[in-house]
Design a protein. Structure first.
Length: 91
């Protein structure tokens, strides 16, 4: 599932750590924005990370699930790449 993750983290150390962590799941398409093609287990891992390492009083993380129909309606102005929903086949 395509998932958009945005964040606003107040501590530079937590910000760098979160950015590095999220690179394992998706593409950093803009500052503080990641577009990921992940499953529910990946989503749970990200949520556990946020609960464990972020300060809920000062930091903010938003996770948006984007349906396959909506991803085809994404418009990009300027530079950028478009994440597509991959169909996997196990052989």
């Amino acid at each position: 599932m395509i998932t958009l993750i945005t964040y606003d983290i107040t501590s530079p150390k937590r910000l760098r750590r979160t950015n590095k962590f999220l690179k394992e799941f998706g593409i950093n398409t803009q500052k503080s924005v990641f577009e990921c093609d992940i499953d529910n287990n990946g989503l749970k891992t990200i949520r556990r990370y946020c609960k464990k390492f972020l300060d809920i009083n000062t930091d903010s993380v938003r996770i948006y699930k984007i349906c396959s129909g909506c991803i085809n309606k994404v418009l990009i102005s300027g530079q950028g790449i478009k994440i597509i929903n991959h169909i996997y086949q196990v052989i």
